[in-house]
Design a protein around this ligand. Structure first.
Ligand SMILES: [Zn+2]
Length: 303
């Protein structure tokens, strides 16, 4: 309420006016530091991108943490309270966070929900489904970065210049790694680029860098793969000469171990699909995750 509004209210506002006058005469207190912007991202990969792109001092947290599966996440009351206090919420979109709409409604959060994948053309499948794992292609991650920075600049216009600088720096690093990943996988003969993972999270990676991924589980992890699907995959390993099978950090490794055993194919290592590793692991940031995945894939396929 400014002074003009207070005066218009007449005598009822007088105590407030006196208070204002008294404060004006007191020695000027040090200005209170502006509260740090609170950004809540839906999962660890987006939280890392947000950390790279947000204005300095922002406090970024993730609802679904490292090594955790966002497909089957169940929000806790504490997560709901964190969402309610956020200044901006960041999600992947493309149906990845099936739980977010209800969570926003229940928490009472009224701010912006920025969608990182906004405007990109998703890979489509049957039943009106789309593949949500677009971050697995660095060229699409560049779009994510541009969308995230645009949302930040709209939310914090005073820091627009800093946000633009951070975006330019991050996009340059994304582009440079994108070229490297093309080089590493391009060095493997095309016929050897066949891999099995536990769920179908690498369709965008495969399309971008020319690798065929097969998986017993589809675009989400809600249901266990059928025995028939597993048997089919084992036959395909033998028929197609699949070079390697990979464990995923968010999935139970036993299924992959069984398929490796029965198909007579070796395990190439752990791929990071839908979550980062914990700090100190091989993939604690989005860029280190993409580099790790590309390196171990190229090494296993080179044979
Ligand atoms: Zn997934």
């Amino acid at each position: 309420m400014n002074r003009r509004q207070i005066l218009q209210f007449g005598s009822a506002a007088l105590p407030a006016l006196h208070a204002l006058t008294a404060r004006a005469q007191a020695p000027a207190p040090a200005p209170a530091p502006a509260p740090a912007p609170r950004i809540v991202a839906s999962f660890s990969i987006l939280a890392d991108m947000a950390q790279e792109l947000a204005p300095a001092g922002a406090q970024v947290t993730s609802l679904v943490g490292p090594d955790a599966d966002a497909h089957v996440y169940e929000p806790s009351p504490a997560d709901g309270r964190r969402l309610a206090r956020a200044d901006l919420v960041l999600i992947n979109g493309l149906g990845f966070e099936g739980w977010i709409e209800r969570m926003v409604k229940v928490s009472g959060y009224r701010g912006t929900v920025a969608v990182a994948s906004s405007g990109l053309q998703p890979r489509a499948g049957g039943h009106h489904n789309v593949d949500p794992h677009a971050w697995q292609d660095l060229a699409l991650a560049r779009r994510y970065a541009v969308n995230i920075s645009a949302a930040f600049a709209e939310r914090w216009p005073q820091q627009r210049d800093e946000i633009a600088r951070r975006n330019a720096d991050y996009v340059a690093r994304i582009d440079s790694l994108d070229r490297q990943v093309h080089d590493w996988l391009g060095a493997v003969p095309r016929a050897q680029r066949r891999v099995i993972t536990s769920h179908d999270a690498f369709g965008y990676f495969g399309a971008a860098y020319g690798v065929d991924f097969l998986a017993p589980q589809g675009w989400n992890t809600h249901s266990e793969p059928s025995a028939a699907a597993v048997a089919r995959l084992i036959r395909q390993i033998k028929k197609d000469g699949v070079r390697a099978i990979f464990i995923e950090n968010i999935s139970d490794r036993r299924l992959v171990e069984r398929i490796a055993d029965e198909g007579g194919v070796r395990i190439g290592g752990t791929l990071y699909s839908d979550a980062l590793s914990k700090p100190g692991g091989p993939a604690p940031t989005y860029l280190s995750m993409m580099e790790h995945n590309a390196r171990i894939l190229a090494a296993a396929l080179q044979g």
